[in-house]
Design a protein around this ligand. Structure first.
Ligand code: HEM
Ligand code: HEM
Length: 208
């Protein structure tokens, strides 16, 4: 599937009036410059897409959750809650797919440590990010289920016997794990900034 760049540019010229072809060729040029899958040192296109889809969804979902709890019970609130649940469940399935993909694809090794324990901290940050996202989504789902609501899990509907005490506990877990996620994301972003400012190392290009 590898085309020479010259060959691609000539083809692009031939088909400049055909948008679909031009798009296909531009996409191939783009893919030629980026691996689809990871190798031992670089993230590929699939991992990068997983990363940025999850990041954007989470950055929208966290404020949406906090906004939701302050709303009065009316139609708007129900609509926003449904959006919150659909986005949340999508994040859950995306994370499961991402973790399955991670089993079959090497994780690029981190660069040289700039201080002792750096690799361990980075790995712990990544593991905890995954665990927290799963905890948030699963606790959100159980909160609704133990409230006696039917949950549409996209592929099937689920309903269990209500238990309001457990619903409260899962709601607390949902809130606490959200604060943990905010702290972990902040650390994650601060680390990228610290590497750039203090160690003159551009980590961001590993995931772009
Ligand atoms: C907002 C939610 C975000 C989450 C949940 C998140 C999560 C993750 C996870 C789990 C990894 C490890 C991927 C793996 O190997 O399995 C990772 C890698 C990375 N993320 Fe994020 N990320 C987020 C946002 C960001 C942002 C905003 C930036 C940029 C400032 C960023 C920069 C990076 C970089 C540079 C790596 C590669 C680290 C390396 O291996 O050297 N992330 N992210
Ligand atoms: C990563 C995904 C998710 C994030 C980041 C998230 C975030 C939040 C946040 C920040 C709140 C406000 C908590 C508070 O201060 O009281 C909230 C509330 C809530 N979330 Fe999520 N959530 C996610 C997934 C889910 C899922 C999958 C469900 C259900 C299937 C769900 C159901 C709820 C419910 C029912 C509320 C409370 C609304 C209320 O009764 O006031 N969430 N969420």
């Amino acid at each position: 599937m590898k085309y020479g760049v010259y060959h691609q540019v000539v083809q692009l010229g031939h088909s400049c009036f055909d948008n679909a072809d031009s798009f296909k060729i531009l996409f191939m040029i783009f893919l030629n410059r980026m691996n689809l899958t990871n190798n031992s040192t670089e993230y590929g296109f699939i991992s990068k897409t997983f990363h940025w889809l999850s990041a954007v969804a989470l950055i929208l979902q966290i404020p949406l959750g906090f906004y939701l709890v302050d709303l009065d019970f009316n139609e708007t609130r129900l609509t926003i809650e449904s959006i919150h649940v659909v986005v949340g469940l999508s994040i859950f399935y995306l994370t499961i797919l991402r973790l399955i993909y991670k089993i079959f694809n090497p994780t690029p090794s981190l660069g040289n440590s700039v201080f002792p324990g750096q690799k361990l901290i980075a790995t712990m940050n990544h593991v905890l990010l995954y665990l927290t996202i799963l905890t948030i989504t699963i606790s959100g789902a159980f909160k609704k289920l133990f409230n006696g609501e039917i949950l549409d899990l996209f592929f099937f509907n689920l309903e269990i016997k209500d238990n309001f005490e457990l619903a409260e506990i899962f709601y607390d877990i949902h809130i606490i794990s959200n604060y943990c996620l905010i702290a972990l994301i902040s650390l994650h972003i601060l680390a990228v900034i610290a590497h750039k400012v203090l160690f003159k190392e551009n980590l961001l290009k590993r995931i772009l």
